[in-house]
Design a protein around this ligand. Structure first.
Ligand SMILES: Cc1ncc(COP(=O)(O)O)c(C=O)c1O
Length: 387
């Protein structure tokens, strides 16, 4: 674009930085025979009963626009899922909207809430799309580096940050976390909620990995702060349905009504057959994640231990499908250069920790959303590389 045309672009768009993850993955795509531990999506197939629901929808010509908030049957099934799984009570008529993935829910919410100069608190390392959305809306990123606390936000640290930023508008939480795989126990989440309850902070809580927890049940922060939380969830991770683009936002009716305006302007409504599939997944597939969880646990245990044996210290993750591991001290601590070198010379792809913001440098993110055979081969190659 010429300089003249660039000057026409809105300041906030010009100032928006995109994550280097996609650029990095493209660089790796040129490397032959690479084992990819870079993947942010399940390697499982969509459950059969869900596929059948979509096929039936297409054959029944269920192919028209729906209510902009989503078909009421789909919203009811989603609300029922949140109730049965996490004890959350959302009215599907007024408090929940079906979106094109959590990605759209995040966009709609940030566009609705964040104006120029608004401070947004965000525990880091974090999913980079949040940073970009803060930029896009002219907000100010207030990173809360959690590295010293094994990547969990402590109530004390949150309290300190709030004291320094008393006018902050929102706090973004994501648990289980991409990239760290860490999550909060019920008592930990309640302790954070107790701090937030005394403030005007809105909590934007991305709980897309809520079904992928290991050895514990997920507790939503919306359980303790229903009037202060905009909750995101969806089917991408729980039902291995990244390509179907089904997400949702839920919260207090007044706020949801405003965010739903942006949703309507962005997309009108989500693809109809995908909504039929979502009704089936939320309604009759409540435990579809269980077999995947069994498999993820085996892979997590193997990869976490094997990486630690090679000198990549890591905390055993309680959720999602990532391990956030420290680069061994004797190697280049610049995670971008390290990951590029490993990819080129060991043919193992991992994401540089620096992609996830403060607290991420010196680490790599390894995904175990890939087969056990691939994990074994990746470890063999890493071992040879390090030797
Ligand atoms: C933390 C987090 N939130 C949201 C998303 C995007 O979810 P969706 O596929 O529903 O747009 C991802 C995808 O990797 C993610 O890791």
């Amino acid at each position: 674009m010429t300089e003249k045309l660039t000057s026409e672009v809105k300041k906030n768009v010009l100032n928006t930085k995109l994550s280097n993850i996609y650029g990095f993955s493209e660089k790796l795509a040129e490397i032959p025979d690479l084992i990819k531990l870079t993947l942010g999506e399940p390697d499982f197939a969509t459950p059969e009963h869900v596929k059948k629901a979509a096929i039936a929808a297409i054959q029944n010509n269920d192919s028209h626009y729906t209510a902009t908030w989503g078909r009421i049957e789909t919203r009811k099934a989603a609300a029922d899922f949140l109730k049965q799984k996490y004890g959350l009570y959302y009215n599907p008529e007024t408090e929940l909207v079906i979106t094109n993935g959590v990605t759209e829910a995040m966009f709609d919410t940030m566009e609705t809430l964040i104006s120029d100069g608004d401070e947004v608190l965000i525990p880091t390392p974090a999913f980079p799309v949040y940073y970009s959305l803060i930029d896009l809306n002219g907000g100010k990123r207030v990173a809360i580096n959690t590295q010293d606390d094994d990547f969990l936000l402590t109530p004390q640290k949150l309290q300190n940050v709030i004291a320094k930023h008393p006018n902050a508008k929102a706090l973004i939480l994501n648990f289980p976390s991409n990239p760290t795989g860490r999550t909060y126990s019920e008592s930990q989440i309640k302790a954070l909620a107790d701090v937030i309850a005394n403030t005007n902070l809105l909590v934007i809580s991305d709980e897309i990995y809520s079904e992928l927890t290991y050895g514990r049940k997920h507790t939503s922060i919306a359980k303790y702060l229903p009037e202060q939380t905009i909750l995101f969830n969806g089917l991408s991770k729980s039902h291995a349905m990244t390509g179907w683009r089904i997400g949702l936002f839920a919260g207090p009716a007044d706020l949801v009504t405003e965010i739903a305006k942006v949703h309507e302007l962005v997309t009108t409504s989500v693809m109809t057959a995908a909504q039929d599939a979502a009704e089936e997944a939320f309604g009759n597939g409540k435990d579809d994640a269980l077999p995947m969880v069994t498999e993820y646990v085996k892979r997590r245990d193997y990869l976490s231990n094997a990486l630690a044996d090679l000198g990549f210290e890591n905390h055993l993750p309680e959720g999602a499908f990532y391990i956030f591991a420290k680069i061994p001290a004797e190697y280049n601590q610049d995670s971008y250069d390290f990951c590029l070198d490993v990819a080129q010379n060991a043919r193992v792809g991992m994401i540089p920790g620096s992609s996830f913001g403060p607290g991420g440098e010196g680490y790599v993110r390894a995904s175990y959303a890939t087969s056990m055979d691939n994990l074994h081969e990746a470890i063999k190659r890493l071992q040879a590389y390090l030797n």
